[in-house]
Design a protein around this ligand. Structure first.
Ligand code: FAD
Length: 297
């Protein structure tokens, strides 16, 4: 009888003790017990039947919203990066979970379709974008997501309407243990040059305001209703504050940057400090937007 690792290796690549830091844009954190990268959706569905029921699972996209504990992850990371299928008809684009959002935005622009220009500037994949309901510049995934295909923990492949994902500000509710493998977006016809121009402006705005040249994980905190996390952090005097090799960006206070050798402990210390100071001064609880693996959010 073959063990579950051998079974999985039929449907994808499996790696043991897989370092996760280099798979996140922040570049910190320890290793996962195992990492599995399925070749295709059918293989992922088969694999689900062989993964031990008590094994913690983490779907991984581009790791652009993920902070991994220094101790790593005692579970199985499912890297969906190879699920890159793509097709479209007149107004609908269907993309595999592993496609970069920026690539889909380019395809939409080429086809003269509007609604996802913001994706040109968000460094994640389609699956991560759905899971996080990514958004920027007044657009978000839930505005145009029509349906998703999921592989459930049972190995079943299921299609769900976007409405059933209860998508709201930077969150959606997926069935427990499920993996987004494909997403359909309903877009509108637009003027091609105007679409490219909007994408150019969005990119420029980011370059002007965000520390894109240093490793980071995007916005660390959600904006509290009617306020901005960056403004609150700046007002309590923490903009530019540094602990070890991690620093609250002096360009944008809702970003923490890694000066090269940061560890998660330092990033976490900055997160807690910002939460404590903002709570003490403004009685506002800053909720993390970044997904914290192996730590309390
Ligand atoms: C410089 C920078 C700028 C950013 N700007 C923005 C912005 O403007 N707006 C914004 O919304 N975000 C922004 N982000 C954050 C990030 O890019 C988004 O949250 C993005 O949607 C995460 O996608 P990902 O593929 O990297 O997901 P990951 O970081 O890999 O994962 C994030 C979460 O989604 C889950 N997940 C990933 N893939 C799947 C899947 N296939 N099925 C189920 N769950 C899955 C993971 O388990 C994890 O919980 C920024 C990040 C950076 C580094």
């Amino acid at each position: 009888m073959i063990n579950w690792h051998e079974a999985l290796s039929q449907w994808g690549e499996i790696q043991h003790n897989a370092p996760l830091a280099k798979r996140t844009t922040m570049g910190v954190g320890g290793a996962a017990r195992c990492l599995f990268a399925p070749y295709d959706i059918a293989g992922l569905a088969q694999a689900m039947l062989h993964i031990p029921a008590d094994m913690p699972l983490l779907p991984l996209g581009r790791g652009s919203n993920l902070l991994v504990a220094d101790e790593g992850f005692e579970g199985l990371v499912l890297d969906v990066g190879r699920l890159q299928t793509y097709d479209h008809d007149v107004m609908t684009m269907r993309a595999g979970a592993g496609m970069r959002m920026s690539k889909l935005a380019q395809k939409a622009a080429q086809a003269g379709l509007t609604g996802i220009e913001f994706m040109a500037t968000v460094p994640g994949d389609i699956g991560g974008g759905v899971a996080m309901n990514a958004g920027a510049f007044g657009q978000q995934v839930s505005d145009c997501l029509q349906q998703v295909q999921l592989v459930l923990r049972t190995g079943q492949i299921q299609t769900l309407d976007a409405q059933s994902l209860q998508m709201c500000y930077r969150s959606s509710v997926l069935p427990a243990g499920s993996i987004v493998v494909k997403a359909d977006f309903n877009l509108q016809a637009g003027e091609r040059e105007a679409i490219y121009e909007r994408m150019r402006m969005m990119r420029q705005k980011r370059r002007d305001t965000q520390p894109l040249e240093q490793p980071n994980c995007g916005s660390v905190f959600k904006n509290p209703t009617g306020n901005y996390a960056a403004r609150l952090i700046e007002h309590v005097g923490l903009k530019g504050h540094r602990i070890g090799q991690a620093q609250i960006s002096s360009r944008h206070a809702n970003f923490i940057v890694n000066h090269g050798q940061a560890c998660t402990k330092d990033v976490l210390a900055l997160i807690r400090l910002a939460q404590q100071r903002v709570a003490a001064v403004y009685a506002i609880d800053l909720e993390t937007e970044v997904c914290m693996l192996g730590m309390q959010s």
